[in-house]
Write a protein that binds this ligand. Structure first.
Ligand code: GCB
Length: 595
């Protein structure tokens, strides 16, 4: 008995140990010295978390992270990663095994890799995203715990690695909880698993953790540069080079390991018409990081959004991060190119990446294709506003989204929430996020998708306390879907703020190929008419600076149960889940061609 208690305490220690090796996110990981751990990973479905808790819900002595093997024929070990099936990583589990289609719970993943220790080098283990709650173990040691399904994280595993064979095991749990971000209910598929790249990142013991290059908002002949080392080491030389602009400048870090300077330059400005990117290198201590960076400014003036000092109308569309054909999480250039390609065909210069940070490949692809972006964290619907842990979680997601993407010229808006119910507690929570976003990055605009609540008959008045914290007031409205389309011509919209307005959602469902009269719900004609009426109505809104109708492509949602049409798809796409364009696609295209 004594022995068992001792064992359990040891295991408890193992499980609760806060990762001493957790390190802040490294910027621009895709262009670092990396080894990919993508590929086939063994997995074990663990409905009751048998590999984590014992029958008293205490940490189990048989934790799967131990990767135990029987030594004697009589040994009891009830799991075996070597005998388990494999799935492709990155990838969601729902679309790789029929038995996991609706599954929400724990799955363990395991992968072996070879490694050779290098003197003086540090190795980080990086995950692009794991949905939702993950515990990572290297060679049986717990190395980190991460919460949040759409932001990257890395941890320093140098001290756990050995020459030769190493094993990484990760417990992934995508059960939904009220205090999570997003919360228990949301209108998209809760794809579980290791959904983005897994990388080993090799670094010097002192390295550039992150850096930022940004054009001055007013003076387009000044570029601000700053960089931060992982350590507070003074006197380290950091060199920035932009050969095409003849920039080659070095400076020494201060006692906090920071360096910052301004440059005089005359860059060609990045814009949707001219998505010019400059080759940039940042060097320090023998390590050189390459990047491609665009220079642009985004500001507002009254009800106008200015890109490079000139008013721009954001011809947009909303988009989920789902594969271009069928469902499943997208992660990679091909899906991005296809989806963004459809948006461009619509005439878009802007996409709302809803409702969470999308993968870095898609963001970079959009940047190359000249598409501006709205990037969002999943503070969606009924968040637990008064729970400190929930706020901490939302702040972490916001920080990591910004830290990953702060050098992407095409991202112009950080969105902090979607359709949240008004309350004092919500305002406290969201204003904390807005202020935090601004403190991290003052070179972009802040917005959130609001709701119009002051509705009386045909007068819609936007009345949201959060207006004072955002640069752009955006709101969703569903005239024609959750309200009669014939109301559209009578509707009046009052937006009493001297700020640009984006209609962040409007739309309605239609099944591709289903035809009928414009009054027949779910037909392409119904959706087409809804777009005609909405666009005519929206056009009259004072200060309208952009539109991102809901949504580019049909997407999977467990809320859209069988009714002969939906089949677990939200059918509000302008393009079907198989890539077929519906009639409304061409209405929007025509409207955008005239703006
Ligand atoms: C909304 C939500 C979006 C939903 C959409 C719908 O307002 O923001 O996530 O998918 O409505 O289809 O109802």
């Amino acid at each position: 008995m004594k022995k068992i208690t001792a064992f359990i305490s040891l295991a408890l220690l193992c499980l609760s140990a806060k990762a001493a090796t957790d390190v802040p996110l490294v910027g621009n990981v895709l262009n670092r010295q990396t080894t990919s751990l993508n590929g086939d990973w063994h997995y074990i479905i663990d409905v009751q978390e048998e590999g984590y808790y014992d029958y008293r819900m205490n940490p189990t002595r048989w934790g799967f992270f131990q990767n135990a093997k029987p030594r004697k024929p009589e040994d009891l070990i009830e799991y075996d990663f070597d005998a388990a099936p494999t799935m492709k990583i990155p990838g969601d589990w729902n679309t790789q095994n029929d038995r996991l289609f609706f599954y929400e719970g724990t799955v363990w993943f395991e992968r072996e890799f070879d490694y050779t220790k290098k003197e003086g080098k540090r190795t980080l283990l990086y995950f692009g995203a794991v949905n939702y709650d993950s515990h990572v173990y290297v060679n049986t040691k717990h190395v980190c715990h991460h919460i949040g399904g759409f932001t990257p994280f890395n941890t320093d595993i140098t001290d756990e690695l050995k020459d030769g064979k190493n094993v990484v095991i990760i417990k992934v749990d995508n059960k939904r909880h009220a205090e999570d971000v997003p919360t228990q209910i949301f209108d998209w598929w809760n794809y579980g698993g290791i959904t983005r790249d897994v990388l080993l990142v090799e670094l010097n013991s002192s390295y550039v953790e992150n850096y930022k290059l940004a054009l001055d908002k007013q003076d387009f002949k000044i570029i601000h540069f700053s960089a931060k080392l992982n350590k507070g080491t003074a006197g380290e030389q950091v060199t920035l080079r932009i050969p095409e602009l003849k920039i080659d400048k070095s400076a020494a870090t201060d006692a906090q390991g920071n360096v910052a300077f301004d440059l005089k330059a005359k860059p060609e400005l990045w814009s949707p018409d001219n998505p010019k990117l400059y080759k940039v290198t940042i060097s320090q201590g023998g390590e050189t990081i390459e990047d491609e960076i665009g220079f642009r400014s985004v500001t507002t003036e009254g009800k106008k959004i200015l890109l490079n000092g000139k008013p721009i109308y954001l011809k947009g569309v909303s988009m989920h991060e789902e594969k271009a054909n069928g469902g499943g999480r997208a992660n990679g250039q091909d899906d991005a190119r296809q989806l963004i390609g459809w948006a461009k065909e619509l005439g878009c210069n802007f996409i709302r990446f809803a409702h969470y940070p999308h993968n870095e490949h898609a963001i970079r692809e959009a940047e190359r294709m000249g598409v501006l972006l709205w990037s969002e964290i999943p503070c969606y619907w009924t968040i637990a506003w008064t729970n400190p842990g929930t706020l901490e979680n939302a702040k972490n997601q916001l920080r990591d989204m910004i830290m990953r993407d702060q050098n992407r010229a095409n991202i112009i808006i950080w969105s902090i929430a979607n359709e949240t119910p008004h309350s004092k507690e919500r305002d406290t929570f969201l204003s904390t996020l807005a202020n935090y976003a601004r403190s991290l990055d003052n070179t972009r605009l802040i917005s959130m998708a609001m709701e119009v609540t002051g509705q009386s008959n045909y007068v819609n008045r936007l009345n949201d306390n959060m207006n004072q914290y955002v640069d752009i007031v955006s709101f969703n409205q569903y005239i024609g879907w959750y309200r009669d389309v014939n109301d559209a011509p009578k509707m009046k919209w009052e937006i009493p703020y001297d700020k640009p307005v984006i209609i962040s959602e409007f739309g309605g469902g239609a099944k591709y190929g289903y035809h009928g009269s414009k009054n027949q719900r779910w037909t392409e004609e119904f959706q087409e008419n809804l777009y005609i009426e909405n666009l005519a109505m929206i056009e009259k809104i004072d200060g309208l600076a952009g539109t991102t109708p809901w949504i580019l492509k049909d997407f999977r949602s467990p809320r859209r149960v069988l009714n002969g049409i939906q089949d677990y798809y939200n059918r509000k796409g302008l393009v079907s889940d198989k890539g077929e364009k519906k009639k409304a696609f061409f209405i929007l295209k025509e409207w955008y061609s005239k703006r």
